[in-house]
Design a protein around this ligand. Sequence first.
Ligand code: ADP
Ligand code: MG
Ligand code: MG
Length: 247
Amino acid sequence: NDLLRIQNLKVCAGEKEILHGIDLDIHENEVHVLMGPNGTGKSTLGAALMGNPAYTVTGGDIIYKGQNINEMPDNERAKNGIFLSFQNPIEIPGITVSAFIRSALEAKTGKRVRLFSFKKELEEKMALLQMDPSYAERDLNVGFSGGEKKKTEILQMLMLNPEFVILDETDSGLDVDAVRTVSKGIEAYRKQSRGSLLVITHSTKILEALPVDYTHIMVNGKIVKTSDSSLIEEVNENGFAAYENAE
Ligand code: ADP
Ligand code: MG
Ligand code: MG
């Protein structure tokens, strides 16, 4: 069953067209990897799928669970199970990690989340991500290291249990141990959910623990090649030059 079907998607930032007609099909329970040179439009695709108002869909369709969501606001998309982990997570003084995730969970489910079971689950997931439990009561991302911010993103993913996850370079700027923790978190998500992931990354370390179904190469706002995980090794050896020239 199609979870997400992107058809001839064109996206502008301001006056400038960034994505020039993207086609992408993602089924339930699949892992897709999106690679490509810097400035090619990968984050723009993630932002457009999440409904970031800075980006305008000027053509094509985003069909999610059989429904066109081109005009759906970002908070509705989140309620419907779309989750985007930012390249640069924001800091929110005055709201703790625990309170932030609990209210996101309540917004998503439309139900009150009972504190006791919530805290217990939060503690379990934090242990899995090797996060100190005291971080639950710290202000969201305030004074967190890059690695701690990324772990907090993965923690939100595990707690919210979305159906479609976009990870935008969640692994960038992390040391080897933190990359391993993040990939452990992704594995845990795969075990607890039949959801699908679109993983935007430059690093292949994060992919080692993941069963990748499809790899896509984006160059200049278009997907120029799609294949299985062997494409990752190909990119590793040859870089993106070959695809740039083919374009
Ligand atoms: P990638 O994630 O592949 O590195 P981005 O999607 O971040 O690429 O950017 C693609 C292009 O779109 C770049 O040229 C970038 O400068 C431009 N761009 C992205 N966001 C905006 C924006 N909000 N306003 C203007 N230009 C933007
Ligand atoms: Mg980039
Ligand atoms: Mg980017």
